[in-house]
Design a protein around this ligand. Structure first.
Ligand code: A3P
Length: 303
């Protein structure tokens, strides 16, 4: 019951959908067949934590010299959805697309919603770099609620906010519990800071310029002084902004028929205030404080 598909299944301590592209079946197939390379770059997120934005930013940063001669209007992020430019490991394994999986160029860029403990061994062992993007739980919940209602089979009727809240606070969301997913990556980011970068959507909204510089430095693509002086950072910020991406993704669908525009709703921090009751908000703060106690800094994610 709940979110987009009818049932969620617990696998290795986390909830997964079934019979969908990103599902328990694809996580198991990724574990069985996916081979990481040390030069790969991975972006890990919970659904609705800002994956689309992070995909666009990392694609734009890493490929910035490849498209310098192109005008802004023919950049891949203008003519296509960020999900087509930088795929999920899960979707590539599901579609069995050897072109991308076997691409000899480096770095291969992949996103994933898989919780850290379920990542394939080859990613854990390969020494590749991984960025984890965290977003405050209340905006993730509200975003997931709207996303579900846009994609859900209409015959089931809309999901109610109370139902979404109850499932989320019990930990039942795809690749949740929210707190366990965040904690699993946060812990290893402290242990291996050169390998795993932990950033937040909320902080990116406050200071995107410094976060773009931080991301590019961590990934091994730092901006030169000349690039900074030429406005290269600001150009990427503008290219990947909510305003720009939501405008160019108004029409069309992804390969699976999912409309491009479902990934762009408000793109704000604190929008949950217009949806959650103060009781719901208070309860989520309580759960977050308890779950993150002594680990993730609550002030980073609780609003
Ligand atoms: P809201 O529903 O709160 O607006 P994901 O990409 O992980 O599916 O997350 C989707 C959320 O990120 C949505 O949040 C969406 O609006 C927001 N988003 C998408 N692109 C964005 C961008 N370029 N800048 C900021 N937020 C963005």
């Amino acid at each position: 019951k709940g979110w987009i598909s009818e049932n969620l299944y617990m696998y290795q301590g986390f909830w997964h959908q079934t019979k969908r592209i990103i599902s328990v079946e694809t996580v198991m197939a990724v574990q069985d067949t996916f081979k990481a390379r040390p030069t790969d770059i991975y972006l890990a997120t919970l659904p609705k934590a800002g994956t689309t934005w992070l995909k666009a930013l990392v694609f734009a940063i890493v490929n910035r010299n490849r498209y310098t001669n192109n005008s802004f209007s023919t950049h891949p992020l203008i003519i296509s959805n960020p999900h087509n430019c930088l795929p999920f490991i899960e979707t590539e394994i599901f579609r069995n697309t050897p072109t991308y999986l076997n691409d000899p160029h480096s770095p291969r860029l992949f996103a994933t919603h898989i919780p850290y403990p379920s990542l394939p061994r080859s990613i854990l062992d390969s020494g590749c770099r991984l960025v984890y993007l965290c977003r405050n739980p209340k905006d993730v919940l509200v975003s997931m609620f709207h996303f579900t209602n846009k994609l859900r089979d209409k015959s089931r009727g809309p999901m109610r906010l109370e139902e979404a809240f109850e499932l989320f606070s019990k930990g039942a969301m795809p690749t949740g519990p929210y707190w366990d997913h965040v904690k699993s990556y946060h812990k290893v980011s402290l242990e291996h800071p050169t390998k795993i970068l932990f950033i937040t959507y909320d902080d990116m909204k406050t200071d995107i310029v410094n976060n773009v510089k931080r991301l590019s430095g961590f990934l091994g693509y730092p901006f030169t002084e000349a690039e900074e002086a030429n406005g290269a950072v600001n150009e990427i910020v503008r290219l990947c902004s909510f305003e720009n991406l939501s405008k160019v993704n108004k029409h069309g669908n992804l390969r699976e028929g999912i409309p491009n525009d479902v990934f762009f709703r408000e793109g704000t921090v604190g929008g949950w205030n217009n949806h959650l009751t103060s009781e719901m908000s208070h309860l989520l703060d309580q759960i977050t404080k308890e779950k993150f106690h002594g680990g993730v800094r609550v002030s980073d994610v609780v609003l």
